[in-house]
Design a protein around this ligand. Sequence first.
Ligand code: FE2
Length: 325
Amino acid sequence: MPDIRVIAAEDVGEDAEAFFSEFGGEPVIVTGVRDHLAGLSWISPEELEEWFEGETVTAVEAESQERVELAGEEFFAGIKRGETRYNMVDHTVVDTTLGHSLEVPSFLSQNWLADPDEEEQELRNYEKSLVATAARGYTPAHRHEYGFSGWMYLIYGLKEWVFHHPRYSQALYDPMFREFYDERAAAARPEEYLRRFPLAELVASYRVEGSIGAGDLLVYPGGWIHSVHTLEESFGYGGAVLNGHSVENAMRCWLLERSLGMAGSLDLKAFLKRKRERLWGVKAPEEPAAACRDRDLDRVEEALALCEEWEARFGGTSPHSSSHD
Ligand SMILES: [Fe+2]
């Protein structure tokens, strides 16, 4: 099984376009980012317990995978004691003092989610969020909603990741119970898993894996299924990215979610249309004529065209509409 590609921060440069062209197609680990984000060295488990005293944090309950709200000091004291019951994965820090001190590497800063219209302010929460997990914590296989690209930077700790390419989604997804094939669960309940995922064994070994430690950054494209094993108590932050490079992939994932009944509340089509008007002053599809035309505008047009093609067959992007109604 191949390892996740590893590159050094100094080989990446600052440019988002260059980074996503070269590394945007598969998960990649960027090492040595710490030197670039030196201002974070103050952060330690003790500091965090203090920092979050009296605050509420969002975490995921390991058993049910349900989102819960907890007192901050209780959560951080728990992971320090090695309790794996709660896992912080997407506690947003956008517009907070802590959030302002957590820098986003410049090659990830081209992000349409960071600057949405008034109608989509909640999307800003995706830009930057905290990650904190006790040693031996485990996040079962899942895929992030809407097909945004994801990244995680570890300030301390050690996490091991296993990814599957979206092309294996059909074998690794049970549409009836809307659940992904998870290796640990499969080992515990082999007969049930064989019934629910008859093709999983054919593709389960086509995985890419790797681990990140302090100062490492993992970046991965939308739609990739992944599970995460936390080997050492870990703390870091991460976020979601949508830009010209990821927009077509995001639209594919978003439409697939509609097909599979996994639809969230985001209307990606409306979002992109507003983006097109706001960034380029374009209200309706235009012929890609001018040579100086922005490449990202073409990418948005392509994503919208894919959406129209889907709608022409299935009658709309609302979760329950169908041309046979
Ligand atoms: Fe994830």
